[in-house]
Design a protein around this ligand. Structure first.
Ligand SMILES: [Zn+2]
Length: 307
């Protein structure tokens, strides 16, 4: 796999791709955007509107921490006018590919890396690095969307008014969602404002909306689930009589099932709530395949299980 990856990167650097995009006037056709996670694909579609054609590399249930690019992905990245990724090592196994694309002058934008670091979390267990899961704070996601708007304007200045109008309308919806989330979590009994998931994707959600966040694995699914951590969480859940814990669509449910069993062994029957979308969105064409839809799904699932 390493060798294949090295070969792909060598191919990329020699630039034996297709047409020289500089010679094409982007005003004459749609802007081709290739995005990694579904959240970014959706944002580019909303802000770009009819001016863009967006391809998403990672579909429902895909874990970006572990994802490796396929040969088909390389072609989709090469053909793009703009490559959108989250950055902050979310797509941990694709870093060299983005660098190679950048060297070939294909504009690449790491949406999370455009945000003021003072607004980012630096979880102690993540070796001094920033938490990349910015989409679970709607106010931070608005900043990422603003960065996407700016990238599109830079590429296609003639359509600036379209991008501005789309962004402004969406920013209002994000503000409403932000308030809705604050109200929903505030409606929970205080002792139930604990969100336990398989991996630590909800740190920004907890910080913004007032929930304590606990996870079996760390910020990246590359980290191991240790028996000591399962024991610690089982004690906490049983002591505080937390009603529910949650599986995520992009992480195998086995660690959450093991935790549920450990809590039951302590005499407390914790439920497994409805599946949450953490790093991937819902199936293509469903409401949960939009940022708004997946966020609202999570909110409802959390509140219903813990109220
Ligand atoms: Zn994650």
């Amino acid at each position: 796999m390493k060798l294949l990856c090295a070969l792909l990167i060598a191919l990329l650097l020699c630039g034996c791709g297709d047409a020289n995009k500089d010679s094409v006037d982007l005003a004459d056709r749609k802007i081709r955007v290739t995005a990694t996670i579904g959240q970014l694909r959706d944002a580019a579609e909303v802000i770009g509107g009819d001016r863009v054609e967006v391809i998403g590399l990672m579909g429902a249930g895909v874990d970006p921490h572990l994802y490796r690019a396929t040969a088909g992905d390389i072609k989709r990245l090469e053909d793009a006018d703009l490559i959108l990724y989250c950055g902050l090592e979310l797509e941990g196994r694709m870093g060299e590919i983005f660098e190679a694309m950048d060297q070939r002058n294909i504009p690449t934008a790491a949406a999370a890396e455009d945000i003021d670091p003072n607004r980012l979390r630096k979880p102690p267990e993540f070796n001094g690095k920033y938490d990349p899961h910015i989409w679970f704070d709607a106010s931070l996601w608005k900043l990422a969307c603003e960065a996407i708007r700016d990238e599109l304007v830079a590429l296609d200045p003639g359509s600036e008014s379209i991008y501005n109008a789309n962004f402004d309308a969406y920013a209002e919806q994000l503000d409403e969602l932000d308030q809705e989330a604050k109200d929903a979590i505030a409606s929970l009994p205080e002792n139930q404002r604990v969100l336990v998931t398989a991996h630590d994707a909800f740190g920004y959600f907890g910080r913004r909306y007032g929930m304590e966040i606990e996870a079996i694995q760390g910020v990246s699914t590359v980290a191991e689930a240790t028996p000591a951590n399962i024991k610690r969480l089982a004690d906490l859940i049983a002591d505080r009589k937390v009603k529910a814990i949650f599986v995520e669509s992009s992480v195998p449910p086995s660690t959450i099932t093991a935790l549920q069993k450990a809590v039951q062994d302590r005499g407390w029957n914790v439920q497994v709530g409805e599946e949450l979308f953490s790093d991937a969105m819902g199936d293509r064409g469903t409401v949960e395949d939009t940022y708004m839809g997946m966020f609202q799904h999570n909110l409802t699932a959390i509140v219903d299980a813990l109220k």
